[in-house]
Design a protein around this ligand. Structure first.
Ligand SMILES: [Zn+2]
Length: 118
């Protein structure tokens, strides 16, 4: 898989210096879906907490920080990204700023699996 990986310092080597995420559009769709899937864990029904998803975008050294204090990863940007992909039917859950309970829809899983990549 090409492109940046979650919290991977190799971001820095891809020709783009990692300044963090300032807008929802700065987070690639696939990376966001990966984060929701990873934070949700495995199981028959899984959902991810907003704070866990946010932490996954942190560089490894910042992962243990509270989710609203992660350098380069404003929680509002993560929430805005959620709203965008929810609007396209790739995820579902709550966007009010609570813990979220986010999960991938079948359409979202299909994008992660490489069918209908975006
Ligand atoms: Zn809510």
């Amino acid at each position: 898989m090409n492109g940046p990986r979650l919290g991977d310092p190799r971001h820095l080597d891809n020709g783009i210096w990692w300044f963090g995420y300032r807008h929802a559009r700065d987070i690639p769709d696939r990376l966001f879906l990966e984060a929701v899937a990873a934070a949700g864990g495995t199981g028959e029904f899984t959902c991810a907490m907003r704070s866990d998803v946010t932490r996954l975008f942190a560089l490894p050294r910042d992962r243990d920080k509270p989710s609203h204090e992660i350098p380069g990863v404003p929680w509002k940007v993560v929430l805005a990204k959620f709203r965008r992909v929810k609007g396209r039917g790739l995820v579902d859950g709550c966007d009010c700023g609570c813990r979220g309970d986010w999960y991938l829809t079948d359409k979202g899983w299909a994008v992660l699996a490489g069918e209908g990549d975006s």
